[in-house]
Design a protein around this ligand. Structure first.
Ligand code: AMP
Ligand code: MG
Length: 410
């Protein structure tokens, strides 16, 4: 059985190999009027700087622009000859023995090579007394020192966060080219599963997986297509999966275990699927399936809600990222100190509902009591998963352990 790292690497390798040629389809988004539509999208072009940044030698403090040699010692008096403010430069030259009042964001005038902060000078009429020796090149940024004209300021394949959008705006882009979101079909299976807006009979279960999956698909950069539920019937399952294969990726939940009514793998096989794994050494989520069917990546995730959530994050998220032109990175875990000991059973890796907090500035993680992979409440009471790798299953309280943050909460 594959480890979760090997299974995740397999998803990435197979999708890269099978879809190597075409870059994702693209669309243009106006950011001048509707920047939020571009938020978190993957950019499909390089954005070049339209000019040098800053476009002139730009002051970073309010104060006085002068020649450093004129104020090598504290107590020097200089004659104030003008002002440079943001948008309105001083158009003369700073001659020996003079200075110019300058504001943050303004252009450093010709002749000046330093700025003395307002706090280190005293203005009396048109005389400025410099109270602290000046040094050359202080408190301004040279033209082009941040970015040179033509340089790529946002590179193809990056996700557009608020800083990337600000950068695109700064260099004059009112629209950006982004990858189209891959369409991800979500189809649950199970005779007992009913829509959320119907009253359940005692042994029926509301379809929570399709809801959590739609949210997870969206957070990973995909366009969820909610296809509802199909009963555990070979014929119906086959028909609905064939419909689902219209999408770019198909996610099925339930019916991948070894139970009498678990038909998903069999139906996929009848539809000509090729499987790359049908079990992973993790808890929750062991029976997770990944294959290609009619040239589409297909995931069969276990039906228990926490298993569905964890296996989506580990295996489906990188597939969605790849199809939207984004390179998935290795699973982003970070270290937190355990509040309690941990003792898990081999030979699995465990993803335990947990809560991380920073009570004294240092991250502390506490596993949440749970009743197994059907217990959505345990995930709700937490904000992350504690990752207990099969290579180290026992921890003492106070040891550092790996934590996988829950996407969208941080
Ligand atoms: P299965 O993987 O089909 O054996 O289902 C495992 C467990 O998950 C069962 O208790 C199911 O009732 C539950 N389950 C299956 N599908 C869903 C769903 N779409 N939403 C919520 N729970 C589900
Ligand atoms: Mg089932």
């Amino acid at each position: 059985m594959l480890s979760y790292e090997a299974a995740r690497a397999k998803v990435i390798e197979v999708i890269r190999a099978r879809r190597c040629a075409p870059p994702p389809a693209t669309e243009t988004i106006e950011i001048a009027t509707d920047p939020t539509r571009a938020l978190a999208r993957v950019i499909a072009e390089n954005i070049p700087a339209d000019r040098n940044y800053p476009p002139f030698n730009r002051a970073t403090r309010d104060g006085f622009a002068l020649r450093a040699v004129d104020a090598a010692a504290a107590g020097v008096k200089l004659r104030l000859v003008g002002e440079s403010r943001a948008g309105v430069p001083f158009d003369g030259t700073v001659e020996p023995g003079t200075c110019v009042h300058i504001m943050t964001g303004a252009a450093v005038p010709r002749g000046a090579n330093t700025i003395v902060m307002q706090e280190h000078a005293c203005l009396e009429g048109d005389t400025v007394i410099i109270e602290k020796a000046a040094h050359a090149s202080a408190h301004f940024v040279l033209e082009g020192q941040e970015t040179r004209v033509g340089e790529s300021v946002v590179k193809c394949g990056k996700r557009l966060g608020y800083a990337e959008l600000a950068m695109a705006a700064q260099v004059g882009r009112s629209r950006v080219l982004v990858a189209k979101k891959p369409r991800v079909a979500i189809l649950s299976t199970g005779d007992e599963v009913i829509p959320v807006d119907q009253p359940p009979r005692r042994f029926q279960i509301r379809n929570s997986n399709n809801i959590s999956l739609a949210a997870q698909v969206s957070l990973a950069g995909g366009e969820p297509l909610m296809l509802g539920n199909v009963p555990d019937d070979l014929g119906k399952l086959k028909m609905r999966i064939e419909e689902a294969l219209d999408a770019d990726i198909v996610i099925l939940t339930g019916g991948v275990s070894v139970g009498k009514y678990d038909h998903v793998e069999q139906v996929l096989r009848e539809l000509g699927a090729e499987f790359y794994f049908d079990a992973v050494a993790i808890r929750p989520g062991k029976p997770a399936v990944f294959g290609f069917c009619k040239d589409r990546p297909v995931f069969g995730l276990p039906g228990n809600p926490v298993s569905t959530m964890v296996t989506f994050e580990l295996f489906v998220a990188p597939a969605i990222e790849l199809l939207s032109g984004f390179s998935p990175h290795s699973l982003t875990v970070f270290k937190a100190k355990l509040s309690h000991p941990v003792d898990e059973k081999p030979p699995m890796a465990h993803f335990l509902p947990a809560r991380v907090s920073w009570p004294a500035g240092e991250p502390v993680v506490e596993a949440i009591h749970w009743e197994g992979s059907g217990d959505i409440g345990s995930v709700v009471r937490g904000n992350c998963f504690l990752v207990v790798h099969e290579s180290k299953l026992q921890y003492a309280a106070g040891e550092w352990a790996n934590v996988l943050l829950r996407r969208g909460l941080f």
